[in-house]
Design a protein around this ligand. Structure first.
Ligand SMILES: Cc1cc2nc3c(=O)[nH]c(=O)nc-3n(C[C@H](O)[C@H](O)[C@H](O)COP(=O)(O)OP(=O)(O)OC[C@H]3O[C@@H](n4cnc5c(N)ncnc54)[C@H](O)[C@@H]3O)c2cc1C
Length: 471
């Protein structure tokens, strides 16, 4: 079947305005994500921009009937190459499915199409005096369908959980075009397998998510943010203990930055460091509450007590939203690194229990310095969630990335951690899946894939080494 025939058939099925030919400008945009530069000449047959679930279903059924690979795409901010086509395919981009269907204040839910940007969900919730807590640096571009498909985490997992914890219902289309309508608003539903979970974190390998019911929360009336300097990782853990007991349920973020990261996110970007350089470790702490005056006083007293006890060496507490934004900018600075200071980078997104994050960072740092002393690496992470990010600057060094990856993931595996805490496997981490998953687990995942996508058309070349295992 020729590409021209596929284009013609799809246009006849869903309309010529929905199906575009792969011209160079479109290919340039739709063959890369934030991390992986794909190949525009990979063999994209058509780009489909459906306006509704019915059109997604028709296109999938056609592709399944003809054995054509399908590449689902959201906002292309992914960090594992999951949305980047690796062979001939039809791209289905959800960017035209951007409707916010309903906000139910009694149920505390918002029902949206998958192509709605994360930030648009946050704003819609805010306008209804409610709060959608999922948040990360790519908020303006990433889509909620992409967030669900990667089970995104971000800055407030500590309090509200990952995307998985925020999804009540899902509508998704299987490879053969079958629409699975699990778009329910109920919290309690023990009527058999929880099918919505299959699509969350599946990276588009089991179907296309078209609509989602998300949980909303009461809108915080107060937000307190500060950065504390502590001596070492023991200090990080002691401060976390104090923050948990002092702030209780108000604690919403506990972000740790090792000195090299802090230097790069401040002076390295021409920004005045909020606390001076040279401390052992820096911790950004955020609380969200309902009593602006009381919460700020409580925040200041918990930090003051930690200073008095010698746990915190120095601290800065934001006195306005503008100051809080400036403090967060230090933690969110990786979004600015592509301007050149730490680029290209090899990024790691790993997890172990919180108490082991400090030793893990030390062990990885020591191994990298021992084997490749010329490399610069920085450490930071959502430590209360047990999530460490390591970023290694690769420019100017001719070191095989695979060697560095095997070294880091080997250390993580010894601690029974995960090689992908947040970003997914995509195409980048396929060779390392076995560091985190047993053979039996991978076999079960393949069996699920085979059951839901027997021809292996959904996002081939991602998550597994090849398509579904042969029957
Ligand atoms: C500056 C920056 C900061 C970031 N910070 C974080 C962070 O803190 N935590 C975190 O978890 N991630 C983070 N990310 C990664 C990224 O934003 C998330 O992975 C995001 O959830 C991807 O959404 P997207 O719409 O861009 O998806 P894409 O990149 O377009 O796709 C990602 C995967 O989902 C699949 N997919 C997309 N939409 C659908 C759909 N509707 N149905 C089925 N499959 C689909 C794709 O095939 C692909 O496998 C960050 C990215 C950037 C650029």
């Amino acid at each position: 079947m020729t590409d021209g025939q596929v284009l013609e058939d799809l246009a006849a099925l869903v309309g010529a305005d929905v199906v575009l030919a792969p011209d160079p400008a479109l290919l340039e945009k739709h063959t890369s994500d934030y991390c992986v530069q794909g190949k525009p000449d990979v063999g994209v047959m058509a780009l489909v921009f459906p306006r509704n679930t019915g059109q997604v279903s028709k296109v999938l059924r056609y592709c399944n009937d003809h054995g054509i690979a399908v590449q689902p795409q959201g906002g292309l901010t992914g960090l594992a190459g999951g949305a980047v086509p690796v062979g001939p395919c039809v791209i289905i981009s959800l960017e035209r499915m951007r409707s916010i269907k309903e906000i139910d204040t009694a149920a505390g839910t918002i029902t949206v199409e998958a192509g709605v940007a994360m930030e648009a969900v946050q704003k819609a919730a805010d306008a209804a005096e409610l709060f959608f807590p999922l948040d990360l640096g790519g908020r303006g571009s990433c889509q909620i369908g992409g967030n669900v498909s990667t089970n995104a985490g971000g800055n407030r997992v500590l309090r509200y959980g990952m995307a998985r914890d925020l999804v009540l219902g899902v509508e998704a289309v299987l490879a053969d075009g079958t629409v699975i309508d699990a778009l329910r608003k109920v919290i309690k539903n023990n009527s058999g397998y929880d099918l919505r979970q299959l699509f969350i974190g599946a990276e588009g390998t089991l179907g296309i998510v078209t609509q989602i019911v998300l949980r909303l929360f009461p809108k915080p009336r107060s937000s307190c943010t500060g950065i504390c300097a502590v001596q070492d990782y023991a200090g990080v853990l002691e401060l976390l203990r104090r923050a948990r007991s002092g702030f209780g349920a108000l604690l919403s973020a506990y972000e740790v930055m090792w000195p090299d990261f802090y230097q790069m996110g401040t002076a390295g970007l021409g920004r005045k460091p909020p606390l001076e350089l040279g401390h052992g470790v820096y911790v950004l702490i955020e609380t969200l509450g309902t009593d602006p005056e009381g919460d700020q006083a409580r925040y200041e007293s918990v930090i003051a007590e930690a200073i008095e006890a010698g746990v915190v060496q120095d601290a800065i507490i934001a006195q306005s939203q503008r100051e809080a934004t400036e403090l967060w900018a230090v933690r969110d600075s990786p979004g600015e690194w592509s301007k050149g200071i730490h680029w290209p980078q090899l990024g790691f997104d790993v997890s172990v229990p919180t108490g082991e994050i400090g030793p893990l960072a030390e062990e990885i740092g020591a191994e990298l310095r021992r084997r490749w002393p010329q490399l610069v690496s920085v450490f930071f992470g959502h430590v209360a969630d047990g999530n460490l990010h390591v970023s290694v600057r690769m420019s100017g060094h001719d070191i095989p990335e695979l060697d560095i990856e095997n070294a880091v993931y080997g250390i993580v595996a010894q601690r029974r951690g995960s090689i992908s805490a947040e970003h997914g496997i995509g195409s980048l981490k396929i060779p390392f899946l076995h560091f985190s998953r047993s053979e039996a687990e991978i076999a079960l995942m393949r069996a699920i894939k085979n059951a839901m996508d027997p021809k292996g058309i959904m996002n081939p070349g991602k998550l597994f080494t090849s398509g579904p295992a042969p029957h």
